[in-house]
Design a protein around this ligand. Sequence first.
Ligand code: BEZ
Length: 238
Amino acid sequence: MQHRDTETDRCCRMLLGDVFPNFEADSTFGRMKLHDFLRDSWGVLFSHPGDFTPVCTTELGRAAQLSPEFSKRNVKLMALSVDSLQEHHDWSKDIMAYNNTEPGSQFPFPIIADDRRELVEKLGMLDPEEKDHNGMPLSARCVFVIGPDKKLKLSILYPATTGRNFDEILRVIDSLQLTAHNRVATPVDWRPGNSVMVPPRIPETEAAMLFPAGVYTKDLPSGKKYLQIVQPKIDICC
Ligand code: BEZ
């Protein structure tokens, strides 16, 4: 594979469980320091390629519509791009109009101005395939979910040309919050209320003690007892 000698090579690659950098930045909500802004909340920091662009407008519009759902889950949203604070303020009015929101109402979460590209480089949020009119790479559609312990819980990286699904981001937050407090794992396409799985490192005997109301173990051709399902009505305790 060809080596890419771009800004992305100089970024810090964060791993799940790493403490998220406590960066300071200007945003539409004023100067912010990440850890102080989050306090004991969860956080979703997501970047977009640029203000006044069609896909980004639909994405931030949807995130704004869903912001009460994020708040209900104690999650604070933060958007970020390499545009200026003034551009963010002006564009947020367009997003609200796109959403048919009452004129004059405030955009519900901060948009961080990273026009000096410090954060996108540091956090590995650039898409080297998408360039601005000066030939500089744009920010990719990156999503970081940060826990109340300030550690990285999940990261997703989409190219500029593919808009994200914010219902999916809410769904993964439901899973992250459930699995942070319960020794369970959520299967494919899981939704709150659906059955959950006993994680593989928990033996059948221990699972029976952890979930006294019942664990269903699926018989499989291998004879291995790894597919253990906890039914949704069962109280899952910490
Ligand atoms: C957009 O948001 O529409 C967009 C931005 C950069 C590349 C492609 C699409």
